[in-house]
Design a protein around this ligand. Structure first.
Ligand SMILES: [Zn+2]
Length: 152
């Protein structure tokens, strides 16, 4: 790790909005760590809003830009996954065992998105000759079994 690069990243953490280049570097800063802990503490894929809410309940408050940047960083480091369900809202979940594959269950009744254990994946689709698949994302749809599940 280039120390100079790291310092620039740290500076940008509290400063102005910086685009993608600095996201590739950096460490697990307190903000990133908090976000990752929140993601690991649930089997649901969470929206920005839900993560913000949970952080506040833990007594941690960060501005939206810091949260967005922390999430993007976790995704680029394969520590978290990002998925959009039919409502087009981005949700985030912790990566399981560093796996790049992820499976979800979208409850079409209450709108919750659950992270599922990824079964050893057989090739789920035919990839054209010469193509390289890097990750698999599966979205199952149906109704969850939560007693609180009601139509959103
Ligand atoms: Zn449900």
């Amino acid at each position: 790790m280039d120390f100079q690069t790291d310092r620039v990243t740290e500076t940008s953490e509290v400063g102005e909005i910086v685009e993608a280049p600095t996201l590739s570097g950096g460490r697990l800063t307190p903000a990133r760590q908090t976000v990752l802990q929140i993601l690991k503490g649930t089997n649901l894929a969470l929206t920005h809003h839900e993560i913000e809410h949970q952080a506040r309940e833990k007594g941690v408050q960060f501005d939206r830009v810091t949260l967005y940047r922390a999430l993007e960083w976790l995704v680029t480091k394969d520590l978290a996954h990002k998925v959009a369900a039919e409502d087009r809202v981005w949700r985030f979940s912790a990566a399981r065992d560093g796996s790049r594959d992820q499976a979800y269950f979208h409850c079409t009744n209450c709108g919750a998105v659950y992270c599922l254990e990824v079964a050893p994946l057989q090739q789920p689709a035919v990839v054209p000759e010469g193509f390289k698949a890097h990750r698999t994302e599966i979205m199952l749809r149906g109704e969850c079994a939560q007693p609180t599940c009601t139509r959103a």
